[in-house]
Design a protein around this ligand. Structure first.
Ligand code: SF4
Ligand code: SF4
Length: 165
């Protein structure tokens, strides 16, 4: 949802409470094992931490404001603000952008636990299916090889007979 833009403001940021300076997020490895999910659960037990998935990539977000944010919502180190702050624009920001397109949003450890249970069960099922089809393929290969050995044996027979004669 795009928020309304007020008239008579010099900059789009003027009407905002510096939403983009009140958290930081970074990409984390996609969890694939029980231990990975345990770690995520530990992260999320910490205050103001959430985990989300966007376009298949996993992120951890800490909802704590930047220490340089001034009480009037301006940046206290504007001239030397980090590159990530310089690159961020109002084009698609937290205030003026569209809604977040999360595939998954985890705010509680229980949600992670539930997701992990389902994910790991699916993985186990996939592994079982793969193992079954691999064993079927091995059996097929064995069957395909067997007549070849027999025909070689038959071909060798007259030679042995000749030798013993
Ligand atoms: S860039 Fe967007 S979210 Fe950040 S302060 Fe400006 S209006 Fe607010
Ligand atoms: S350095 Fe400035 S612009 Fe960057 S997050 Fe902190 S207050 Fe915001």
């Amino acid at each position: 949802m795009r928020l309304p833009i007020l008239k008579d403001v010099n900059s789009l940021c003027e009407q905002c409470v510096a939403l983009c300076c009140r958290y930081f997020a970074f990409e984390i490895d996609k969890p694939t094992t029980k231990r990975d999910f345990e770690d995520l659960r530990w992260y999320i037990y910490h205050q103001d931490t959430i985990i989300f998935v966007e376009k298949g990539r996993w992120y951890m977000q800490i909802n704590r404001p930047c220490k340089e944010l001034l009480p009037d919502n301006r940046c206290g180190v504007y001239e030397k603000r980090p590159a990530i702050c310089r690159e961020y624009t109002t084009k698609n920001c937290d205030w003026h952008g569209d809604d977040y397109d999360y595939e998954h949003l985890f705010t509680e450890a229980d949600q992670i636990e539930q997701y992990a249970k389902q994910y790991l069960a699916e993985q186990r099922k996939r592994r079982r299916t793969r193992a079954k089809s691999a064993s079927k393929n091995r059996a097929k290969t064995r069957r395909a090889k067997t007549p070849q050995r027999k025909s070689k044996a038959r071909a060798a027979l007259p030679v042995r007979l000749l030798k013993s004669a």
